[in-house]
Write a protein that binds this ligand. Structure first.
Ligand code: BG6
Length: 467
């Protein structure tokens, strides 16, 4: 029976800016997150403010030992986290790194390895140094490729012996939807042209390929992947025009995977540029650089949407960054994200058919409000709704493996409760581990095992035989 392979990487994922806190400790500089107190769609603040929950987040910076011990208790094989660029290069453009920042991640990775947990590291997860946003307008500037190279060289040299799995940019396609959070582009979105955005995209793509090249040179045996926000789209109706709408919407996402996997711009994108008067400034060597393709493709998957040319038949919906129409066959989370486990099987098959590269699901999960209760004298959360969501998604991962898809691993999102990215709140929780912190900033930061903690431990122990 084809099922989860023996070396399947089971685990969970977080990002530095959403869990670490300690936003200005040990020489850390500010990132774009420090001026986004209310998340992706909130107003940008002038500077850091106490109402930004990410300043302290869930204080992973001081709790990492306890947290990683709990992940080990669940049997994690892999732990995805990001390095905060601003702990290493506080402004982003310094010549020399900050030793205290480097030492912190040494300690985190050592702690993982102590328990046999492989770190999976996102190099840039929505935390571009604010200095680079202010001085250079983020990834609009070619200079960022140079700064990113210095950052990559520093962390690859330092952690190459400890970290085998790397992701370049979190949800790299989000640059087109959230230029400030994703790309540190300070210019307001309504003043940016498509030309500006695609030029910034080009810089990130060159930087991503450069990271793959450098990673392979400096860390023999390392595996480097891209990370795509997996927007899965269905036609709302069988109208052929709806299918064309799906094709077009799909390409907005797939173009990023196409370039990372095939090493060149796809023809449909070049034609789009030509039709829209967009011309990408390429430097000598860029085309060669893009040929350094990824070892695997990773993606986030939370929900699916519909595309249609008949908007009157449905209502708009979406997730963090995806925008589309409601699917009458699906239910949604309390935050309105449509829940679609079978869409994950479809997405895995679609990506594998297209690229024949190993796939890694590096985010998936249910954001929900939890209630802390006492059972047999222990505080816990009876989160059957979360177990149900994860159970149905993992069943579909198993189906995809049966279909023949090569899946390397699965890291559910926010394995420890953390501050949400889109709304910057604690109320929306994803974890197996509850953290006592509230939206008003109160809370003891104590950790508690939820019911899903024990469930996931059994899933891992049985290598997915018990789901
Ligand atoms: C992904 C991001 O888009 O979705 C994460 O990579 C984010 O950073 C996750 O936290 C869930 O979104 P949210 O808004 O519920 O935190």
């Amino acid at each position: 029976m084809r099922t989860f392979p023996d070396d399947f990487l089971w685990g969970g994922a977080v990002a530095a800016n959403q869990c670490e806190g300690a936003y200005n400790e040990d020489g850390k500089g500010l990132s774009v997150q420090d001026v986004l107190p209310h998340g992706l769609r909130g107003e940008r603040a002038e500077g850091p403010s106490a109402d930004n929950l990410k300043q302290e987040a869930v204080d992973f910076y001081h709790h990492y030992k306890e947290d990683i011990r709990m992940l080990a208790e669940m049997g994690f094989k892999v732990f995805r986290t990001s390095i905060a660029w601003t702990r290493i290069f506080p402004q982003g453009d310094e010549e020399q790194p900050n030793e205290k920042g480097l030492a912190f991640y040494d300690a985190v990775f050592d702690e993982c390895l102590k328990y046999g947990i492989e770190p999976l590291v996102t190099i840039s997860h929505y935390e571009t140094p604010l200095g680079l946003a202010e001085k250079y307008d983020g990834w609009r500037s070619r200079k960022l490729v140079e700064f990113f190279e210095r950052y990559c060289r520093t962390i690859f040299t330092r952690y190459g012996g400890k970290v085998k799995y790397w992701l370049t940019f979190n949800e790299i396609n989000s640059l087109l939807h959230a230029p400030f959070m994703s790309g540190g582009i300070k210019t307001p979105p309504d003043q940016l042209t498509e030309q500006d955005l695609y030029q910034a995209m080009h810089h990130e793509l060159v930087a991503s390929a450069m990271a793959v090249k450098l990673g392979h040179e400096l860390m023999p045996g390392a595996k480097l992947g891209c990370m795509i926000l997996g927007i899965t789209v269905y036609p709302l109706t069988p109208d052929p025009d709806d299918m064309i709408a799906v094709m077009e919407k799909d390409r907005e996402t797939l173009l990023f995977a196409d370039i990372h996997a095939r090493g060149r711009y796809p023809k449909y994108l070049l034609n789009y540029f030509e039709d829209h008067g967009i011309s990408i400034r390429m430097e000598p060597g860029d085309e060669e650089m893009l040929k350094h393709t990824v070892d695997f493709i990773s993606f986030s998957y939370y929900s699916s949407i519909c595309a249609t040319t008949h908007p009157e038949l449905s209502e708009p919906t979406g997730g963090n960054l995806s925008r589309g129409y409601k699917n009458p066959y699906l239910k949604a989370s309390a935050w309105g994200w449509q829940i679609d486990p079978k869409g994950l099987r479809y997405t895995l098959n679609r990506l594998y058919d297209r690229y024949q590269l190993p796939l890694f699901i590096v985010e998936n999960g249910l954001g929900a409000e939890d209630e802390l209760v006492t059972v047999n004298g222990e505080k816990t959360v009876l989160d059957d709704y979360r177990i149900d969501y994860l159970h149905h998604h993992l069943l579909q991962v198993r189906e995809a493996i049966r279909d023949g898809v090569e899946v390397m691993g699965y890291t559910s999102w926010g394995c420890i409760d953390l501050v949400s990215a889109s709304t910057s709140e604690m109320r929306k929780r994803y974890g197996y581990i509850y953290v006592d912190r509230n939206d008003d900033g109160t809370g003891s930061m104590k950790r508690y095992r939820k019911k899903s903690f024990w469930w996931y431990r059994d899933v891992i122990k049985s290598n997915g035989a018990i789901l």
